[in-house]
Design a protein. Structure first.
Length: 337
């Protein structure tokens, strides 16, 4: 059944990734977009083939044809917009991080549950076929017992990335951690199927005048006793954005699979496992987001939990805040639930 989507937060990410993904997704239509500027909303709608443009979220949510709201506004507004959408009876796919504080996340979950709408968080890397196959291999037992893992997701965008609301910790929450680190940490949670109990972090807040982190170095202790290292940041050109898991029977490397593109390889070192898997696609820039859109539509149709749910978003906010606290205090922080 056709799902009609709306977008609030028509910045670069919606322009380059989500709008093309919605247009390529089966049984999906971009119905409406919303911006504080009606002129900008109309221009964006015209570019991406949306029927309607609004300068009021309230009016957009009153549209009876709208089924799903994708939220890509500044991080500090995610809770407010999600709750508005839920109370209007609209399903929500929200960008990460879900919110800035745990109580906000809990309010979002409660609002969506109370109004019987789905709440998903857009961790698109969960849809990479290398990560899906790695998870399957781990769960099959072929990798054996995993003791150590690591993930790195960095870019070389230098400090110019932090412009506008992204440079304001009251709106963004963090810099490198929010931009790239949460993806690396979430994919480890996804692959290991385990929660994080404790974090230790070194946070590089950059030179004077920059108010958010540029680099994050984290050690994670998982509940299943796996230890992991995560590096994320904005100052690493030609970064190896890999996920590596060391098992007693095999080593898995997801090579260059963290990011916005569906590319990279799955490398396997172990008995009775293929040596390498590749994942060709005609649309590397949008394939992960298309999968995210179609999976969210499916969970609505089948009344199942999203692949990345509100609970996952809540856990990631707990972890993110513990990492920032660890970096500031210089000590290990246990995740409180």
């Amino acid at each position: 059944m056709l799902k009609r989507w709306g977008i609030i937060g028509i910045g670069a990410h919606a322009d380059r990734a989500m709008c093309p993904a919605i247009s390529k997704s089966a049984d999906t239509k971009l119905l409406a977009v919303c911006s504080r500027s009606l002129e900008r909303a109309r221009s964006f709608a015209s570019k991406h083939g949306a029927e309607r443009a609004y300068d009021s979220l309230k009016r957009m949510l009153e549209d009876p044809e709208l089924d799903v709201l994708y939220i890509a506004t500044p991080n500090s507004l995610h809770a407010e917009h999600t709750i508005q959408a839920a109370e209007a009876g609209k399903h929500v796919l929200c960008e990460k991080p879900m919110a800035l504080m745990v109580p906000e996340c809990e309010n979002m979950i409660q609002a969506c549950s109370r109004n019987r709408v789905k709440l998903g968080i857009n961790f698109q890397n969960r849809y990479h076929p290398a990560h899906i196959e790695a998870r399957r291999l781990i769960q099959s037992g072929k990798v054996g017992e995993i003791t150590v893992a690591k993930a790195q997701y960095c870019v070389g965008r230098y400090r110019g990335y932090y412009k506008g609301w992204r440079s304001d910790p009251k709106m963004a929450g963090s810099g490198a951690l929010a931009a790239t680190g949460l993806h690396a940490i979430d994919i480890l949670r996804f692959l290991l199927n385990s929660e994080i109990d404790e974090v230790r972090a070194l946070v590089d807040e950059g030179p004077p005048g920059y108010h958010v982190d540029n680099m994050i170095y984290v050690i994670l202790r998982f509940a299943n006793r796996v230890d992991a290292v995560v590096i994320s940041g904005m100052l690493v050109p030609r970064s190896d954005n890999d996920v590596i898991l060391y098992g007693s029977e095999a080593k898995i490397t997801c090579k260059q699979t963290l990011g916005v593109l569906l590319e990279g390889r799955l490398l396997l070192e172990g008995n009775s496992l293929p040596a390498e898997m590749t994942f060709p696609t005609d649309n590397p820039a949008t394939a992960l987001y298309t999968s995210a859109v179609e999976a969210f539509n499916k969970c609505i149709e089948e009344n199942t939990e999203p692949v990345s749910s509100g609970y996952d978003g809540l856990e990631m906010v707990r972890i993110a805040n513990a990492i920032l606290e660890s970096g500031h205090q210089g000590e290990a922080i246990k995740i409180m639930r």
